[in-house]
Design a protein around this ligand. Sequence first.
Ligand code: AQP
Length: 328
Amino acid sequence: MKRVFSGVQPTGNIHLGNYLGALRQFVELQNNHECLYCIVDQHAITVNQDPKELREHILDVAALYLAIGVDPKRSIVFVQSDVPAHTELSWILTCNSYTGELYRMTQFKSKSHNKESAPAGLLMYPVLMAADILLYDTDIVPVGNDQKQHIELCRNIATRINNTRKKTFVIPDGRFMKEGARVMALDDPTQKMSKSAPNIHSRISLLDEPNKIKKSIMKATTDSDGIIKFDIENKPGVSNLLNIYSVLSGESIADIEAKYEGKGYGDFKKDLVEITVSTLAPIKERYEEIRHSDELIEILKDGSERANAIADRTMKRVKDNFGLGLKK
Ligand code: AQP
């Protein structure tokens, strides 16, 4: 069985972009793959986090994994910092990475933009991500489009190491959705939807109340020509909403365009509110049931035991190939 790894940062409530780009793949893949789904808390501290809030967000993300349908009997669900080998491997990969390739990462450029000196963790983030993936001999990484460059870097580092010493790592492939791979902010469709954007109406979180969902969608930026048509270049706002509508309803973009021909943005947005609210309601209900349960903690403890067992085997091989420590 091929192995799958992916993670989400506990930096706030998961939004439609995270869900449509990455998380909905998690559920589908667990049917015929060995899956590990991680809450990547060490990535979250590349920017300042309140410790109490961070602990809460870890459990929020874990509960949301289960609420969307990740089954802990079939998939390993765990917290990154509960498996020390992530940072251990990250150092070994750091020694096989180049500052030039790290400075070229667009996410680093945008997060460090206008800063005279950026936190070193922001620069090293993709190396830790490579360690997350390579630690589990991962074949497939289901992620959103924004992670393409990081996956490519991971492949390059692993290939470089495999070519200069004994074959050490499995070379993973990114898995990207055709639709929903990049959901844009509702208030500015030139930016991706993000957990940490200051305007709460820029995103729909999976736990938003129906009224909030309505407000965010009705306020979403469109344009003034009143035509519901997919055209990313000239109509990025409408195209983004069409994309969300299509993925949530299962209808093709062409069918949706035909359905709203001659109608205004108001009707289209009202229907999108309804579809979004009805998609998210069962997720929210399941989340409420599990979020404060002992079961959730037990699932994470069991997950970290299973993840540590795999990670230890990989680290033994990696250390042997690098000549680190005493032979065991
Ligand atoms: N807007 C998006 N559209 C499609 N996929 C997205 N992802 C994130 N935003 C979008 C995918 O969601 C997964 C988890 O992302 P993450 O939490 O690890 O980090 P991120 O990409 O930095 O997400 P955010 O929401 O923008 O968080 P903040 O604001 O904290 O930086 C990844 O697979 C990602 O591709």
